[in-house]
Design a protein around this ligand. Structure first.
Ligand code: SF4
Ligand code: SF4
Length: 384
């Protein structure tokens, strides 16, 4: 089983937090019944014969409660044993109890949570009391051996404090993954918090420098992934790969969407788990066709770009959803992607030109006192 696919399970779009820039939660959203999980198992039994990863996402997935996970995890892992299921979760951890942590630990469910920097910066954009509630959950997760990683959302406001935020992650020894705040389609003023593509590009270059300066003191996942994309010339995260057909999301009522970002948007429903659709059935849906039109659009619109092979036009949601389902352009973050891909490519070319013996460059330790070059990232990645 060489290939893999990804199913995002969205037990609810509800969330107890009220982040100012949120684009994905919905008040009064229903909670998934365990019967839907039974249907997911029945649907996937003969859907694909590839490894599957399930990510519980939201809204806030812990709103589904301990009983839901106590039942859902064995149903999925035993019912789909032939697909070697793995699990992950994205949660703010507010509702994590020792009981829930124990269940998640038993099924090796790593959690991605969100902290936007030190308390003052975080709570300014995520709401008073957020920081403490998440940190309380983090301590419970840690005590039960659940692996937690932190996602930091940079907004137009917080990017001004990028140094303070970087130092916060470094001081605490947290692995950093960053997200740019997106224009919220559920907000009257969608652009207020959104990070502009120019600012996002500058931020990525800043973090590239920082991850080289503090090579063995911090891991910035996006920088490692971007470097791998350029070096291997293959997209290795969903944003930089053709995600359609390999990722699906299931909403609280069993509706199937192309990705969690579309959940709750009726125009993007591709089918329902109750009907056990095959890949061919899903391919007949409007959402599937639209995603494939986007792929074709990228082949033309990005045809002249030297990064197209490992960028693939970025995220289709970013490109399509804000424009009422019309394809008017590629992912608006193109400017940022180009900026960081150019930067990595230029530095790599320069280093290779200066040192033609690539193997030696990758494997040799940097000279004492010498500033780490970009190939040092490769050295760090391969030495793991
Ligand atoms: S739509 Fe965007 S976020 Fe969703 S899987 Fe595709 S690239 Fe990833
Ligand atoms: S950097 Fe921009 S132009 Fe190049 S492939 Fe990505 S989205 Fe297309």
């Amino acid at each position: 089983m060489k290939n893999a696919f990804h199913i995002m399970l969205i037990p609810t779009l509800g969330c107890p937090a009220q982040c100012r820039y949120c684009w994905s939660s919905e008040k009064g959203s229903p909670i998934m019944d365990i019967e839907i999980i039974n249907e997911v198992v029945a649907w996937l039994k003969n859907f694909r014969n590839d490894r599957v990863t399930f990510t519980f996402h939201g809204g806030e997935p812990l709103l589904a409660g301990a009983d839901f996970y106590r039942n859902a995890l064995p149903l999925l892992s035993e019912g789909l044993r032939h697909l070697n299921p793995e699990f992950a979760m994205q949660s703010n951890l507010w509702l994590l109890t020792p009981e829930l942590a124990q269940i998640l630990a038993e099924y090796h469910v790593p959690i991605g949570t969100s902290i936007d920097g030190p308390k003052e910066i975080n709570d300014l954009q995520r709401g008073d009391g957020y920081f403490e509630k998440t940190m309380r959950g983090y301590e419970i997760a840690k005590a039960h051996g659940v692996n937690v990683r932190f996602i930091c959302t940079f907004t137009a406001q917080s990017v001004k404090s990028r140094e303070e935020i970087f130092n916060f992650f470094k001081k605490n020894g947290f692995v950093m993954k960053l997200h740019p705040a997106l224009p919220s389609l559920r907000n009257k003023n969608p652009e207020q918090w959104a990070l502009s593509p120019q600012e996002y590009g500058e931020l990525l270059v800043y973090l590239l420098d920082k991850s080289l300066e503090y090579l063995y003191e911090i891991d910035i996942m996006n920088i490692n992934d971007l470097f791998r994309c350029v070096f291997t010339r293959r997209g290795n995260v969903c944003t930089f790969a053709d995600c359609m057909g390999n990722t699906f999301a299931v909403g609280p009522d069993g509706s199937i969407y192309p990705c969690y970002r579309f959940v709750g948007m009726p125009d993007y429903v591709m089918g329902n788990v109750h009907d056990r659709p095959t890949m061919e059935d899903l391919a007949r849906s409007g959402a599937w066709k639209l995603m494939h039109q986007y792929k074709e659009y990228v082949d033309t619109a990005c045809g002249g770009c030297k990064h197209v092979r490992y960028c693939r036009g970025g995220c289709p949601y970013n490109a399509i959803a804000p424009y009422d389902g019309k394809i008017n352009g590629v992912d608006p973050h193109c400017t940022a992607y180009r900026r960081i891909f150019d930067e990595i490519t230029d530095r790599l070319n320069k280093e290779m030109f200066e040192s033609p013996d690539m193997e030696m460059t990758i494997l040799s330790k940097p000279k004492k006192g010498a500033k780490p070059k970009i190939m040092s990232l490769m050295q760090k990645i391969v030495s793991r």
